[in-house]
Design a protein around this ligand. Structure first.
Ligand code: ADP
Length: 351
């Protein structure tokens, strides 16, 4: 089933929570809504689920306008951060809830509940109450419950946010597996975590201040971010001010030639920025841009170095080096190599 949001706008009093969102999610596609807290992601999801009424715009499911259809009649599966299981019902009865509400025959309910609990690895826990489960187990049950009714659309709102880091990584793997088991379901996945979006989504829609900023296949957005906001939100790119000159760009007095295939951005009011990710920068003994190491932070598998480039005051350059690499002393002169194939250009924001 295709989900389509057309110009969906939601106001809460004077707050504009969502402004003119146009988005289509195809059957079998996963789209992540990614953005900082308060950017309108959950509101978009709630509008699709029917929990909030758009002030303007329409919601379509397979070409049918459902804007005025109540949530229960949209047949959509929803999973939220806080699991929201029924505390007084055992696991199996939680999963059976929607099927019973739809008056499915007993035998079908039992079969389907069994299948769903098997799929999320919770068959052993069918007779437990939610309070007898860990957070990760509760979230698995919530997913089983949402999928039990075989919804053509599944909405996930920060489903991993309440879990600790290790469990989050495990559940992320399980969600990837789950996607393959329900190949025709359209999935909208709300998160502020870029790694979840990159791991799960076919396309990522980046949200900011109630608006959609960029939308593209995850790999494209990462490799060639169309905006400075997306470049820094997705992958923490360095953004260095440059001038366009004949055949290249000029950064801190040196000209860089032949920027890569994605380097097509044209300056708007704010000029152009060179975008390069911290792991793509190399520290060399000579060549490159002269600068200084101002801070180093060990992060286990890698170190995050903060450097400055001579002639570019106030623009810290983040560099990630493998932990087994040599890290110069803080304060040392360094030479910063910006491999041209790892650089793209984005327009600086005019505001
Ligand atoms: P996100 O999911 O990206 O964190 P939300 O969609 O929850 O953002 O919220 C977008 C904006 O709308 C925020 O400024 C938030 O405070 C506001 N908002 C969300 N829900 C309500 C509500 N029920 N009443 C008033 N304001 C709300």
């Amino acid at each position: 089933m295709t989900v389509r949001l057309e110009d969906v706008t939601v106001h809460f009093g004077h707050t504009v929570a969502l402004e003119g969102l146009d988005l289509t999610v195809a059957a079998g596609e996963t789209v992540a809504l990614l953005g900082p807290s308060g950017s309108g992601k959950s509101t978009a999801l709630k509008a699709v689920a029917g929990f909030v009424r758009p002030s303007r715009g329409r919601i379509w499911l397979d070409g049918k306008d459902v804007t005025d259809v109540p949530p229960a009649r949209r047949g959509i599966g929803v999973v939220v951060q806080q699991y929201a299981l029924f505390p007084h019902l055992r696991v199996a009865d939680n999963v059976a809830f929607g099927l019973r509400a739809a008056r499915k025959p007993k035998a079908e309910v039992a079969r389907r509940v069994g299948e769903m609990l098997e799929m999320v690895g919770m068959a052993k826990f069918a007779r437990r109450y939610p309070r007898e489960l860990s957070g990760g187990q509760q979230q698995r049950v919530a997913i089983a419950r949402a999928l039990a009714i075989q919804p053509p659309v599944l909405l996930l709102d920060e489903p991993l946010a309440a879990l600790d880091a290790q469990l989050r990584a495990d559940m992320l793997g399980e969600l990837q597996k789950l996607r393959r088991e329900v190949p025709d379901v359209a999935i909208i996945y709300v998160t502020h975590d870029q790694s979840e979006a990159l791991a799960l989504a076919d396309r990522i829609a980046v949200m900011r201040d109630a608006r959609l900023v960029d939308i593209a296949p995850a790999a494209d957005l990462y490799a060639a971010p169309p905006s400075a906001f997306t470049a820094s939100f997705l992958g923490g790119a360095n953004l260095l001010p440059v001038d366009v000159v004949d055949g290249g760009v000029r950064l801190a007095g040196q000209t860089m030639l032949g920027l890569g295939p994605h380097a097509g951005a044209r300056p708007t009011g704010g000029g152009l920025l060179l975008c390069i990710r911290p792991h793509a920068i190399k520290l060399a003994s000579d060549g490159g841009w002269p600068g200084q190491l101002v801070a180093a932070q060990w992060r286990g598998a890698s170190s995050r170095l903060t450097c400055t480039i001579d002639g570019l005051p106030g623009v810290p350059v983040q560099v990630d080096v493998p932990a087994d690499g040599r890290v110069p002393e803080v304060g040392a002169k360094v030479s910063i190599e910006l491999p041209v194939e790892a650089c793209t250009l984005v327009a600086a924001e005019g505001r």
